[in-house]
Design a protein around this ligand. Structure first.
Ligand code: CU
Length: 444
């Protein structure tokens, strides 16, 4: 039994409710992320898990599912070290995932606590024109302090989105975005055991600034999954053998995101237009999620490990890196450093071999900024940030809490080659290699 089912009972005895709530608390004690524990699927559908986020609570009133969104401004943390005043719904960006089932009648109240007029458009949902949420065209603006009421019946399954259709550049750029998942009446076959919803987004936060600037065209420097930049993104956890669905939405201003998953080939099974018939699904390792679209992928979690998943646009994994700095790659700065160090003790030119390692060095950075920040991994520093997360697949999980780093089977990790191995295979690094570049780092 799910929390939703209980809400659907409407008024019932307080004592009974308390007992049921306790039972659910016990059932869900291990779940960590809101999904039922491994091996205990809900009856009707597998509830969506929004890593770092939540799903929107609702109440059943006379057969209608009633939701309430409150648009407002709040402080949002992208990752430790970087916060900004953002706009969003119910205190989060993206807003909570709206989750419902085909056939549901939904009534969604939208309260505006912003300093500007707004509206909500239900992207991808087939509905009466007057519920489409376009200010000026299908409804008046929802003015600050007002609450509007939207009501429609959900006729099609899919991964949809919600966002304002009023001053779109500013309002979406500041974080007014959310996902809207409509499950089919009958679960898919095979049914997903894990169902993740992830909104991809881009922001421009000048180092030290306290608000994102929604007016830029190309200088986006904070790239997020559900509002978080790696290493603050929660890992996606699945038990080996489970069927996993991942839903991606993209309401970035200007960029499509090619999301690449390591270790797997998956199928693209749906868009915001609905499910793709099986004959039309094709295998991929990277799914392009265009601006203003959703893509669902599915896979069988057969391969154990910690599998990186990230946007393959390399600039989208480099949080707040200076995009207009000089190109230092290949520069021999030894003589220059010695000269400058006479005036500035300890001076060191950086970037001659690229940007890797800068986050690990913990260079001083402007207040409220996280350029180049990655995280310490089991084998050293992971020098990626931004639109990055880790898909963690483990045998026999009892909980979906983060299981920590993967323990690899013996002899299954890439390592430095031994001299005897090199000889046996006829490899001579010194003779075969091109010149070793000056100043290249060596293993300590
Ligand atoms: Cu990207």
């Amino acid at each position: 039994m799910s929390k939703r089912t209980i809400l659907a009972f409407g008024p019932c005895g307080l004592a009974a409710l308390a007992v049921l709530t306790l039972a659910i608390a016990n059932l869900r004690a291990d779940a960590e992320d809101g999904a039922p524990p491994p091996g205990q699927p809900d009856k009707d559908y597998t509830p969506v898990v929004a890593p770092n986020g939540s799903t929107l609570q609702w109440r059943m009133v006379d057969g209608v599912k009633v939701f309430h969104l409150v648009a407002g401004e709040f402080e949002h943390e992208f990752a430790p070290g970087l916060k900004a005043r953002c706009w969003g719904y119910n205190g989060s960006t993206p807003g909570p995932v709206i989750e419902a089932v085909v056939g549901d009648r939904v009534r969604i109240y939208v309260t505006n606590r912003l300093p500007a007029g707004t509206s909500v458009h239900w992207h991808g949902v087939i509905l009466p024109n007057g519920m489409d949420g376009v200010t000026g065209l299908t409804q008046p603006m929802v003015m600050p302090g007002e609450t509007f009421r939207y009501e429609f019946t959900l006729r099609h399954p899919g991964t949809f989105m919600y966002h304002p259709h009023a001053d779109e550049m500013t309002q979406m750029g500041l974080g007014l975005v959310g996902m809207f998942v409509v499950h089919p009446r009958k679960p898919g076959n095979p049914r997903a055991d894990r169902d993740f919803a992830m909104m991809l987004h881009e922001w421009h936060v000048k180092p030290g600034a306290s608000r994102p600037n929604p007016g830029v065209m190309s200088e986006f420097n904070v790239l997020t999954i559900n509002g978080k930049a790696f290493p603050a993104t929660d890992a996606l956890v699945a038990r080996q053998g489970e069927r996993v669905r991942m839903r991606f939405g993209n309401l970035s201003a200007m960029d499509h995101h090619p999301i690449h998953l390591h270790g797997y080939s998956f199928k693209v099974v749906a868009t915001d237009g609905g499910p793709i018939p099986e004959a039309g699904q094709w295998p991929e390792t990277t799914v392009l999620v265009p601006v203003g679209a959703t893509r669902d992928i599915e896979l069988a979690a057969e391969h154990e490990g910690d599998w990186f998943m990230h946007c393959h646009m390399t600039h989208h994994t480099m949080t707040q890196m200076g995009h207009d700095g000089p190109n230092m790659v290949g520069l021999d700065a030894a003589g220059l450093d010695a000269k400058i160090a006479r005036i500035v003790p300890g001076y060191m030119t950086m970037g001659q071999a690229g940007m890797g390692g800068m986050g690990e060095m913990g260079m001083p950075v402007p207040r409220n900024s996280i350029p180049m920040v990655g995280m310490k991994g089991p084998f050293g520093y992971i020098d990626m940030g931004g639109m990055v997360t880790v898909f963690k697949v483990r045998k026999g999980l009892k909980s979906y809490g983060d299981p920590g780093w993967f323990s690899h089977p013996p002899d299954s990790i890439a390592r430095a080659a031994a001299q005897a191995e090199l000889r046996a295979d006829g490899i001579s690094p010194d003779a075969d290699a091109i010149d070793k570049p000056k100043g290249a780092p060596s293993r300590k």
